[in-house]
Write a protein that binds this ligand. Structure first.
Ligand SMILES: Nc1ncnc2c1ncn2[C@@H]1O[C@H](COP(=O)(O)OP(=O)(O)OP(=O)(O)O)[C@@H](O)[C@H]1O
Ligand SMILES: [Mg+2]
Length: 449
């Protein structure tokens, strides 16, 4: 976002006012009609819009009023030669920041512009603050393990840039959350984040969905319709399941990525939109390139930066935290895991990753018995929730004494490490600082051999 967009059809006014504003140090773009103003704003939003109400093709102030909303959230200063009180009120009612009668007094223009720019600056700061509040820390990306800390750090560093981001990782690992975190930690946070599920839209509709269409361009196109790319102007377009994008669309997307231009279905001239691209897939895109199902040139365009979301296998240490947060949310803060439940959660493998863990906890919380202090979710509830055989559960009682508590902790550490090492005794012993014999003795005692 930068500068002033001046929309007026009189060449003399364009020239003089443009020069005056530039002289005050503003960056000014000039357009001569309403459609051009809308297109210029979509291509690159402005901090402030100076809008003549009666421009071609209608020269009708009412049509000008209808334009005002399309520049949100930038303040719009309306100017017109047909100044009258009623029109001024209508303009303010339609969302204008201020109203100036022509001929515009340069000194008044300077003051009004300065105040509007100040407000635009404040609005941006507020949006940035809000974004920081709900930003990467709190964007729902839970995890304190080093891989998650590194991911968060990358998000923070990449978010302010315009680089396209490719988010890769197994299913259920939070790729969509990463896309959201990127958007809300970026200077585009006050604009839209528009998700597109490339696999869910029928291939024949995808082009019109993305790039829009003109009235009559195909059967059923009864009016002009902007595409998601235009909706996302100034913001972020999240291309989810990019690996599912049909080959014909890959070419068109490539062009858009290369120069920001696209062609609505049925349009003769290309249009432009300033959009930040984040794409995601659980597929191995490099393999898709190798087998010819994904264009190599598009692949390289998309991976300005690659962010990888780790599977839960790579960060078992986050399982208890994730589970506790999901339980807290599912039980309005009135739930707890029994110690055997925590042991079970950290021992089990989670092929469906966070999505599976979350569903398991939510289901178990709904089914578990209520006690005076809320719901007590035990290992059996969880095993039942994921469809694991309940009979095989190792049983350890709720610890009462310090000794029992230590035993429970020991049990948890050992089972968790066994799971991580694929039940390799030598590696498990090394991780825990035990001798192999020492570990085997403990396993015997716990009935885990
Ligand atoms: N780090 C995380 N912290 C909190 N919740 C998470 C995290 N990762 C994933 N989730 C939750 O897990 C579920 C799946 O996440 P998401 O939809 O982002 O996964 P995905 O990687 O896009 O999966 P897919 O490839 O199947 O689309 C969501 O409910 C999400 O809120
Ligand atoms: Mg997803």
């Amino acid at each position: 976002m930068s500068g002033i967009l001046l929309a007026d059809d009189e060449p003399a006014f364009q020239r003089l006012t443009g020069a005056w504003l530039r002289g005050l140090g503003h960056d000014v773009r000039v357009v001569g009609d309403g459609d051009a103003a809308r297109a210029a704003f979509a291509e690159a939003p402005a901090d402030l819009v100076l809008l003549d109400l009666a421009m071609p093709p209608h020269h009708d102030p009412e049509a000008g009023l209808a334009l005002i909303a399309s520049f949100a959230p930038a303040p719009v200063i309306v100017m017109t030669g047909h100044a009258d009180h009623a029109l001024a009120l209508k303009a303010i009612d339609a969302g204008a920041w201020d109203f100036l009668a022509k001929p515009v007094d340069p000194d008044i223009l300077r003051i009004v512009v300065a105040r509007a720019m100040e407000r635009a600056g404040l609005a941006r700061e507020l949006a940035a603050l809000k974004a920081r509040d709900t930003g990467a820390e709190d964007m729902g990306l839970i995890g304190t393990t080093p891989v998650m800390a590194a991911l968060r750090d990358l998000i923070r560093r990449v978010a302010p840039t315009r680089l396209p981001v490719l988010v890769l990782g197994p299913s259920g690992t939070g790729k969509e959350l990463v896309a959201r975190a990127l958007h809300y930690a970026s200077p585009r946070a006050d604009r839209k984040l528009v998700p597109v599920h490339c696999g869910a839209i029928p291939p024949e509709l995808l082009e019109s969905e993305l790039f829009g269409h003109l009235k009559g361009s195909f059967t059923g196109a009864t009016s002009d319709r902007p595409g998601l790319v235009e909706t996302a102007a100034g913001g972020t377009l999240f291309l989810d399941e990019i690996g599912e994008m049909p080959a014909v669309m890959q070419v068109k997307l490539l062009r858009f990525l290369a120069d920001g231009s696209f062609q609505p279905v049925g349009a003769r001239a290309p249009r432009a939109a300033d959009v930040r691209i984040v794409a995601a897939t659980h597929r191995d895109l490099a393999a898709c390139v190798a087998d010819g199902s994904f264009r190599e040139d598009l692949y390289y365009r998309l991976k300005g930066v690659v962010l990888r979301t780790p599977s839960l296998d790579e960060r078992p240490g986050d399982v208890p935290l994730l589970a506790s947060v999901f339980l807290r949310r599912a039980s309005n803060g009135m739930g707890q895991f029994t110690p055997d439940a925590l042991g079970w959660l950290t021992t089990r493998r989670w092929p469906g990753n966070v999505r599976e863990l979350r569903a398991a906890v939510e289901c178990a919380a709904a089914l578990a018995p209520q006690s005076a202090t809320g719901v007590d979710v035990g290992a059996t509830d969880l095993a039942f929730a994921v469809g694991d055989p309940v009979a095989d559960l190792p049983t350890i009682g709720t610890p009462q004494t310090l000794e029992e508590e230590i035993a429970a902790l020991e049990y948890r550490r050992i089972t968790e490490t066994l799971a991580r090492t694929g039940h390799n005794h030598t590696h498990t012993a090394r991780h825990l600082g035990l001798s192999r014999v020492g570990l085997l003795k403990k396993l015997d005692r716990m009935g885990l051999r």
